[in-house]
Design a protein around this ligand. Sequence first.
Ligand SMILES: NC(=O)c1ccc[n+]([C@@H]2O[C@H](COP(=O)([O-])OP(=O)(O)OC[C@H]3O[C@@H](n4cnc5c(N)ncnc54)[C@H](O)[C@@H]3O)[C@@H](O)[C@H]2O)c1
Length: 366
Amino acid sequence: SMNEAIIDFSIAATHGGSILLSEVNYLNSKPLDRKRILITGGAGFVGSHLTDKLMMDGHEVTVVDNFFTGRKRNVEHWIGHENFELINHDVVEPLYIEVDQIYHLASPASPPNYMYNPIKTLKTNTIGTLNMLGLAKRVGARLLLASTSEVYGDPEVHPQNEEYWGHVNPIGPRACYDEGKRVAETMCYAYMKQEGVEVRVARIFNTFGSRMHMNDGRVVSNFILQALQGEPLTVYGSGSQTRAFQYVSDLVNGLVLLMNSNISSPVNLGNPEEHTILEFARLIKSLVVSQSQIQFLPEAQDDPQRRRPDIRKAKMMLGWEPVVPLEEGLNKTIQYFSRELEHQANNQYIPKPKAARMKKGRPRHN
Ligand SMILES: NC(=O)c1ccc[n+]([C@@H]2O[C@H](COP(=O)([O-])OP(=O)(O)OC[C@H]3O[C@@H](n4cnc5c(N)ncnc54)[C@H](O)[C@@H]3O)[C@@H](O)[C@H]2O)c1
């Protein structure tokens, strides 16, 4: 299928594999409804897969990214293509370009990344979103905000549907992200009501796949790394806590469907299929064919309660639901991680010791 092609292609392309340019050009020569599309955060995990899909569909794609957590490597296979542009730009600064649609994804997304500089996270989600809504208003573009299940906070209802207002601590360590996204949603609807800007809001739940960040401490990435490196898979507590993950190609399809729908209210995009942590550990261990042990450690404090999406709205109004089986998604992710580990091993920069430079007779401490 189309999706299959994109994912496999992306793995090959980001690892020096050859690109079937003829195929890409062929697909790009017959766009039905070519649009000029801006993707903020397009060099990140989700954004780069979205870039692949929209490029393959024949659109003109401009990626704007400040490379805080994104990488040029994620989109390098498009550099030089006539429909593609990559701009090194921070959304906290205004941007003036002509586009028809804006996918606004720019924001650090995992706890270690968004807690690294909470003020910057707030600026990106507030000023950055205002800037993109201002752009949408000026050029008459439609804007889709990549919001998050974190707007539901530590939820008091299961599963969460879009009507739920959430349970967020406004001064906790996650607030810079949770509240940043909540006010970003508020801004979308203010621009819609006051200025007539067309907005779409996707509340994205946990997502995994190739190009995800390997070291941000998430369950799936931790287990895959541990299994590949022959280290014990660390399970905190009994392992009976559950998690639900969607594969990135499912999410990307949902984002595009939502953007092109007429639904302006928020829509959950996630996979409601829950698995216990222990199930994840066993499955990943067997898929990697790893000799690793499963090691049980004391329960982590503040281990998030279950969070599971209610996706009835997306099903009913977009005809969308996740279709990639967990095993298939895991296999692709494992393949990506193992190539990444190889790449890192081959590209380690080992600085050679240099004689200290002298300035006014004293060694410089640099
Ligand atoms: N991955 C998930 O499970 C998940 C879940 C919920 C929501 N989301 C949302 O989806 C979006 C994409 O997440 P991701 O997982 O791809 O994360 P990511 O970190 O891989 O991508 C975010 C991108 O935004 C860029 N960026 C950050 N600040 C910027 C700024 N000020 N200006 C320009 N670019 C900036 C980063 O460099 C990166 O390329 C985010 O908005 C995130 O909040 C993701």
